[in-house]
Design a protein around this ligand. Structure first.
Ligand SMILES: O=C(O)C(=O)C[C@]1(C(=O)O)C=C[C@@H](O)C=C1
Length: 158
């Protein structure tokens, strides 16, 4: 998969569930089974996206709460407990616990970046007497541009 194989603005309707690089004569029964399994995989992947979106919505609320009360973005002891729990859950589900840990760490490090962005937005707003701007895309990023009167990540009070 290359960079150029990821057009940015395709919608869900453009998805081709039969897209494949498999070549040569494939037994139609094998192909039918493969497509059937892939259809389940597509449903799982869609669910994962929705689950992740909900998780990031929740962590955005945490980020705003932490920034408003000057709490640090990361909570290492909470992370340790989460990882221990997830590893145990993974084991009981026959999922590689090392993979589960890597996956959670990957998500949490992204969350911490979002928390830091929210915190910077709050600090800049406090320093300049502006209102912190947090985008509504669930990412917790400062939204630069149209609504922001300055480059300091805040919207000026009237
Ligand atoms: O619970 C928190 O304090 C969060 O900020 C959320 C979260 C997470 O994504 O689960 C992210 C960062 C922290 O280090 C711990 C947990």
């Amino acid at each position: 998969m290359t960079e150029s194989s990821h057009p940015q603005h395709l919608s869900v309707e453009d998805f081709d569930p039969a897209a494949s690089s498999l070549t040569g004569a494939i037994d139609p029964a094998v192909m039918a089974e493969l497509l059937s399994i892939r259809s389940s995989i597509d449903n799982f992947d869609a669910t994962l996206v929705y689950l992740l979106a909900e998780r990031f919505k929740a962590t955005q609320r945490v980020g705003i709460l932490k920034a408003a009360h000057q709490l640090p973005p990361a909570d290492p002891n909470r992370e340790k407990a989460q990882i221990q729990r997830l590893r145990a859950l993974a084991e009981s589900a026959n999922l590689d616990p090392a993979f589960a840990e890597k996956f959670l760490n990957f998500i949490i490090s992204e969350v911490i970046h979002h928390h830091q962005a929210i915190s910077q937005s709050h600090s800049a707003a406090a320093a300049t007497g502006t209102v912190p701007v947090v985008s509504l895309d669930g990412q917790g990023f400062v939204a630069p541009g149209a609504d922001t009167a300055a480059d300091d990540g805040g919207t000026r009070l009237p």
